[in-house]
Design a protein around this ligand. Structure first.
Ligand SMILES: Cc1ncc(COP(=O)(O)OP(=O)(O)O)c(N)n1
Ligand SMILES: Cc1nc(C(=O)O)sc1CCOP(=O)(O)O
Ligand SMILES: [Mg+2]
Length: 387
């Protein structure tokens, strides 16, 4: 194909070249990358399509949701992505729409967006994360703000799913004490909680996964009392109604939890809110709620929980931390051991959450002590970022 325009998106060790328009001004391009399959963008009868090997994306004017392809609808500076049913993060039989608002652009050029999207998919990002990054990249370019990795949150789009809870303009969750936000054990019994608090832990979470536990209420009550006794920030996982009723310090909720919880009630009751995220789309979605902290997972493979997403690794963790820094406190979670802790800490993340590094240690008390000590040791910040 004779091309009239060549776009390049380059980051430190990867460079993508995209031939975008042929000489009859028809779109039809390949995104070249040395180590992965080519991604092909074509104009066909149905509109612009992007074939990434695993998925087909189609840029449409008006969307009639399809079960098998990602449909992208661009209007001014807003983008709607209809997610194929099988790929939907909310469940197999749900048709959901992810919405993006690139408010620093006046119009999203869909040819450029297709190229940027293809590049980030080639880099291994999940579809909605690739779209979030693609829009951040385009905004950064449009504002002549450099060719580095998108890290400045002012260039990022806002993201949400259709039907998401909308908080009042002024509403934000109560802050946590950052000086107490360091080692963050997540445990499933009151006994474990007492053990870590006795060792000097100042932030912890009670995570009981059986909602039918007959002693659930009493366990939550004991956890709250322990937090008060030790002057620690104790979060209750999932059970936000009980947490409000019993006056907990805070609750931790995941991406599905925030769809069913009464966030306004949690905020009005003065509880702190921590939110789980697993990539750019979810981080920007969490921003809408102005939470007390943002959790970033899972960094390494974990045996504690079945994860639908891939481990993020410390390089991405560093990029997420840079994006969030100054807006909300951050905590990393997933497969973090004493050995891995220095690399995680070097990303600049505020706190480190862990389960098995303590609960499966041969001496949990000694492990907690040594993890606490490692959190306070001064390391070279932003060093040791190789995985
Ligand atoms: C600190 C912290 N980070 C992440 C999670 C996970 O929350 P969620 O995604 O809702 O999953 P469950 O823990 O409820 O299985 C967490 N609990 N704490
Ligand atoms: C509860 C939980 N949430 C995660 C997330 O990524 O959201 S990872 C995780 C388990 C963390 O356990 P461990 O320290 O044993 O790997
Ligand atoms: Mg949860």
């Amino acid at each position: 194909m004779n091309t009239t325009e060549m776009k390049t998106i380059g980051f430190a060790d990867v460079e993508f070249k995209s031939s975008v328009l042929d000489n009859t001004r028809h779109l039809g391009c390949r995104v070249f990358h040395a180590t992965t399959e080519d991604t092909i963008i074509q104009m066909c009868q149905a509109g612009l399509t992007l074939n990434t090997g695993d998925n087909v994306w189609q840029f449409v004017r008006e969307s009639q949701p399809s079960e098998s392809i990602y449909q992208v609808c661009c209007q001014d500076n807003r983008v709607a992505v209809h997610i194929p049913k099988g790929e939907c993060p909310k469940g197999e039989n749900v048709q959901s729409v992810a919405l993006f608002h690139a408010d620093k652009l006046t119009k999203v050029n869909q040819n450029d967006l297709a190229v940027a999207l293809a590049c980030f998919i080639e880099l291994g990002f999940d579809p909605l994360d690739a779209m979030t990054l693609g829009l951040a990249w385009m905004t950064q370019q449009a504002r002549a703000a450099g060719a580095g990795w998108p890290e400045d949150r002012t260039w990022f789009p806002t993201t949400h799913f259709s039907g998401d809870h909308v908080m009042g303009e002024e509403a934000e969750f109560s802050p946590i004490r950052k000086d107490l936000f360091t080692l963050y054990p997540v445990v499933d019994t009151v006994e474990w909680l007492a053990l870590v608090l006795e060792q000097g832990v100042t932030t912890a979470q009670l995570r009981i996964k059986d909602p039918n536990d007959p002693e659930l209420k009493s366990k939550i009550q004991q956890a709250i009392a322990l937090g008060q006794q030790y002057g620690a920030q104790v979060f209750i996982n999932d059970y936000w109604e009980l947490a409000i009723e019993m006056g907990a310090f805070g609750v931790h909720l995941g991406q599905e939890d925030i769809e069913v919880a009464d966030l306004t009630a949690i905020q009005a009751a003065g509880l702190r809110l921590g939110i789980s995220t697993h990539g750019y789309f979810e981080i920007m979605r969490a921003f809408n709620l102005k939470p007390s902290y943002i959790a970033l997972g899972h960094i390494f493979p974990t045996v504690t929980k079945d994860m639908p997403s891939q481990p993020q690794g410390v390089i991405r963790l560093g990029q997420y931390v840079a994006l969030i820094k100054g807006a909300y406190p951050t905590v990393a979670i997933g497969g973090i051991s004493g050995e891995r802790l220095p690399k995680v800490k070097a990303t600049g993340v505020d706190a480190i959450a862990l389960v098995t590094a303590i609960t499966r240690a041969s001496s949990p008390k000694a492990a907690t002590q040594s993890l606490l000590q490692a959190m306070t040791e001064k390391g070279a910040p932003h060093a040791a970022l190789c995985e």
